[in-house]
Design a protein. Structure first.
Length: 202
């Protein structure tokens, strides 16, 4: 599909937003002079990895940030974006659940607290990163670690002693929840033989 030269901005926006639009159309729109159109292409889940890689080097930080948040971007694009000079780009990347361990290792020490806040709540964060972020000077970072469902018990125990009441309370609640889940699981395992025996008798 070719993009007509006289297409209005509104028509281009509609095309760039469509999840089922042809990749060839998105390829053309990715070179549009309007950065808003390029942003929409960068967000589109149907945009090819090649186009996303090209857009990861766009002159506009907002466009690169949209690529950083796209789950279909490649590891190569993520690696480049992890070193981006714009905090906005790195922050979007930190919130992307598709980032790999090596990308996490590149950004968990980021000087921008917004990046660390996003990473602290990312389920793709590594134990090493969560252990470090649990000691962060910013309370919101530590709170997000406490709320993160993949945060290890050992880290939650540390946060349970945090000076910030909200953080410690959250960590304690999480620990209690884990403890009850373990008890329920043990009880279930113990009851299975009895249940099977009862069914056989019936």
């Amino acid at each position: 599909m070719k993009i007509k030269q006289n297409y209005t901005l509104s028509q281009k926006i509609q095309l760039a937003r469509k999840w089922d639009v042809q990749k060839s159309t998105l390829a053309i729109l990715s070179k549009d002079e309007d950065k808003y159109i390029r942003k929409l292409v960068a967000r589109n889940t149907n945009t090819s990895t090649t186009i996303l890689l090209n857009l990861s080097e766009d002159k506009e930080a907002e466009v690169r940030a949209c690529v950083a948040g796209n789950r279909n971007a490649t590891k190569r694009a993520f690696h480049s974006l992890a070193m981006d000079k714009s905090p906005l780009v790195r922050e979007m990347l930190a919130g992307n659940v598709m980032i790999t361990k090596d990308i996490v290792d590149m950004i968990y020490l980021d000087k921008e607290y917004g990046v660390r806040i996003k990473l602290a709540s990312n389920v793709s964060a590594t134990q090493k990163a969560l252990e470090h972020l649990a000691m962060d000077e910013m309370p919101m970072v530590r709170l997000n670690v406490a709320k993160n469902p993949v945060t290890p018990i050992e880290v939650l125990r540390v946060l349970a002693r945090d000076n910030d009441k909200e953080i410690s309370s959250c960590a304690i609640e999480r620990l209690i929840g884990v403890k009850w889940k373990q008890k329920v699981l043990i009880l279930f395992i113990e009851l299975v033989p009895f249940a099977l025996h009862f069914l056989n008798i019936s």
